[in-house]
Design a protein around this ligand. Structure first.
Ligand SMILES: [Zn+2]
Length: 334
């Protein structure tokens, strides 16, 4: 049995997967924001609750909004900033009494959607999380693209491209710079943009509902959001030219993005025609947590004769490497 955990900025979700990839059990708790020790306790509590319920011991993989630095072995680049500078993988391994694999949450998401999700069958997939933060992961030919800095796909901390005068220097970002894509395209980024223009405080879902009801401020905020997302993704297309871009995270629930953004990005992509498809995650909020479970191979191992594709593929990153070196085995389609 494999347990996958998605350590998000607002919630920590855990799922138990059977050897065939089927979901057995799911649990979710609020994230103890700002509290590293509390976050460790929450993760351990989720694992214990699942294992008690199922009466079995599991492997544990965790997706985090950041990465374990290959240089220091400590968490870096996490917008859940209270994780930064801690040896999360080693702390959890000690507390759980087993090795724990930690990878970037957008990488987990991208692997999940490229394997049997919205990007299944595509040769190149850019997976994007638009949530509390903004992250990205790249899967080409079924393999996660990584690099020596464990930051491949971290497009959320590039500056918003083609900024207007009213977008410069842009909001301050926790990373120390201003005007990062994340400060505009995260859920809190949209809420802040709406609040600045309207003087009202609404979350992304509230803004979407208000726009549907004809609220002009909400509609204008969403239109700005779509325009900015189109510009930001156009630079990804210019660089990577992916077949599919899959959106996940809370903002991916905005259904209008999938028609409006590809219409808007045409102006910015360096091509006469843009064939890249923009799709919502097939597994919705479950993709990150599923990808985290797949950081470990399925057990029991069915052996090389029954499943040669799984047997020849290697699992993603061992604990200390942060971003996975290689995608988990592709699941067979059901
Ligand atoms: Zn930033």
């Amino acid at each position: 049995m494999r347990i996958g955990i998605d350590l998000g900025g607002t919630k920590i979700e855990a799922v138990a997967l059977a050897a065939d990839g089927g979901e057995i059990l799911r649990r979710r708790v609020p994230t103890p924001t700002g509290d590293y020790a509390g976050t460790l306790r929450a993760v351990i509590g989720l694992v214990a609750a699942i294992e008690d319920r199922l009466g079995a011991r599991a492997s544990v993989g965790i997706g985090i909004p950041g990465a374990i630095s290959p240089a220091t072995g400590l968490v870096k680049n996490a917008n859940s900033t209270w994780l930064i500078g801690h040896p999360l993988d080693r702390d959890l391994a000690r507390l759980l009494g087993r090795p724990v694999r930690v990878a970037n949450d957008a990488d987990c998401f991208a692997v999940s959607e490229a394997s049997d999700g919205a990007g299944a069958g595509a040769r190149s997939v850019f997976g994007v999380i638009l949530g509390t933060g903004v992250g990205g992961g790249i899967v080409i030919g079924g393999r996660l693209v990584t690099g020596p800095n464990a930051i491949a796909g971290e497009w959320g901390h590039n500056p918003l491209p083609w900024p207007g005068d009213d977008e410069r220097p842009g909001p301050p970002c926790y990373c120390g710079r201003r005007g990062c894509i994340e400060t505009f395209l995260s859920g809190p980024g949209l809420a802040a943009d709406f609040a600045a223009a309207s003087g009202r405080s609404l979350g992304p879902a509230g803004i979407a509902a208000a726009a549907e009801a004809g609220d002009a401020h909400a509609e204008a905020a969403l239109a700005r959001y779509e325009q900015r997302l189109a510009r930001a993704l156009a630079t990804v297309i210019n660089l990577l030219d992916p077949e599919v871009i899959v959106l996940g995270g809370g903002m991916s629930n905005l259904a209008r993005l999938y028609a409006s953004v590809p219409r808007l990005w045409r102006r910015f992509v360096f091509s006469d025609h843009v064939a890249t498809r923009l799709l919502p995650a097939r597994h919705g909020d479950s993709s990150g947590v599923r990808g985290a479970a797949w950081l470990w191979p399925a057990t029991p191992d069915p052996g090389p004769r029954s499943r040669p594709s799984a047997a020849t593929a290697r699992p993603a990153s061992p604990a200390a490497s942060g971003k996975g070196r290689r995608a988990p085995p592709r699941r067979r389609r059901r």
